[in-house]
Write a protein that binds this ligand. Structure first.
Ligand code: F6P
Length: 324
């Protein structure tokens, strides 16, 4: 293992830069060459690479986004695209690849390893926190704090106007961001795809809260939740059923993917980067490096994508206790 490649792929997440910096500097520590691939798998197909040394990654640990840029690459889903990428890896004399991304990126990484026997290691980088084998993905903690700050501000205006706000947060098919931010901001209800609370129960909860004297409320809705067709449809159904509620919708959107990473994500990126390089050097690949209770974990890529992490439903129960 003389040369290691690194790329970021799929939706960017705060902390990716910390992981890139860590990979580059760990390569230098072990006297390995490090090549950065620009714009994920697209850059691999287009042969868009640059040599990285310790100085190339100065001043990036505190920056959101990804210094190597990212892309969602349709071409890499085809065998022809992957063959081209493999050819370019060989030409650049890259011996192992570190892929920082989410489940889509890991699916591509797995195929590279399976079809061409090319050594790949994954670092979980997604705000969604939806990978099995790690309690935290890079960017999740920062996204939670961004959501919390945003909803704290929404609460100010909700209180002033006696309004009900439905706040939609990201998470793809998972409810991690909604559940944890919802608890942190004191949501009246938290709607997540993993638990169907039903429209009727939601209405009962709002009626009860009104009776108890509440004049404003926040409902946090995960983007994957199916209580309404979408958050706007849900808001209008609530207004039809409870006309006395003045309802507003706020979709937080891509603000959740940006910003300077929290201390947690910077430290996590550093840890995962070091162990990813060391894994490749130790000839340990086809796996994702994660973290659980402060300890580094190694999970086969297929398990990381397909394994089901159970959302902590106990938090939902506690959220309800807080809102009685
Ligand atoms: O996977 C990260 C994520 O931000 C999801 O939470 C969201 O559903 C999706 O990406 C949005 O993707 P795009 O930026 O391509 O619209």
């Amino acid at each position: 293992m003389k040369t290691i490649g690194v790329l970021t792929s799929g939706g960017d997440s705060p902390g990716m830069n910390s992981a890139i910096r860590s990979v580059v500097r760990t390569c230098a520590h072990y006297d390995k060459k490090c090549i950065g691939i620009v714009r994920g798998f697209s850059g691999l197909i287009e042969n868009n690479t640059k040599i990285l040394n310790t100085r190339s990654v100065r001043g990036i640990i505190n920056r959101g986004g990804t210094f190597l840029y990212s892309a969602r690459c349709e071409e890499f889903k085809t065998k022809a695209g992957r063959s081209q990428a493999h050819e370019n890896l060989k030409k650049a004399e890259i011996d192992g690849l570190i892929v920082i991304g989410g489940d889509g990126s890991f699916t591509g990484a797995m195929l590279l390893e399976k079809e061409f026997g090319f050594p790949v290691v994954g670092i979980p980088g997604t705000i969604d926190n939806d990978l099995f084998g790690t309690t935290h993905t890079l960017g999740y903690d920062t996204a939670l704090n961004t959501v919390m700050d945003a909803i704290d501000k929404i609460r100010d205006t909700a209180i002033s106007h006696h309004r009900l706000f439905l706040v939609e947060v990201m998470g793809a098919d998972a409810g991690y961001i909604a559940l944890n931010s919802g608890l942190a901001i004191g949501a009246q209800e938290i709607l997540i795809p993993e638990v169907n609370m039903s429209f009727d129960n939601l209405i009962n909860s709002l009626k009860t809260s009104k009776k108890s004297g509440k004049t404003s409320s926040i409902i946090v809705v995960a983007e994957g939740d199916k209580t309404g067709k979408n958050v706007f449809d849900l808001a209008s159904k609530i207004e039809d059923t409870l006309p006395r509620y003045e309802t507003r919708v706020s979709v937080l959107g891509h603000i959740q993917r940006g910003g300077s990473p929290t201390c947690f994500d910077r430290v996590l990126g550093t840890q995962l980067g070091v162990r990813a390089v060391e894994s490749l050097i130790e000839n340990n690949h086809g796996l994702m490096i994660g973290i659980n209770s402060g300890k580094i974990t190694f999970t086969p890529l297929n398990k990381a994508i397909k394994g089901k992490t159970k959302i902590n439903k106990e938090l939902l129960r506690m959220s309800k206790i807080m809102n009685t």
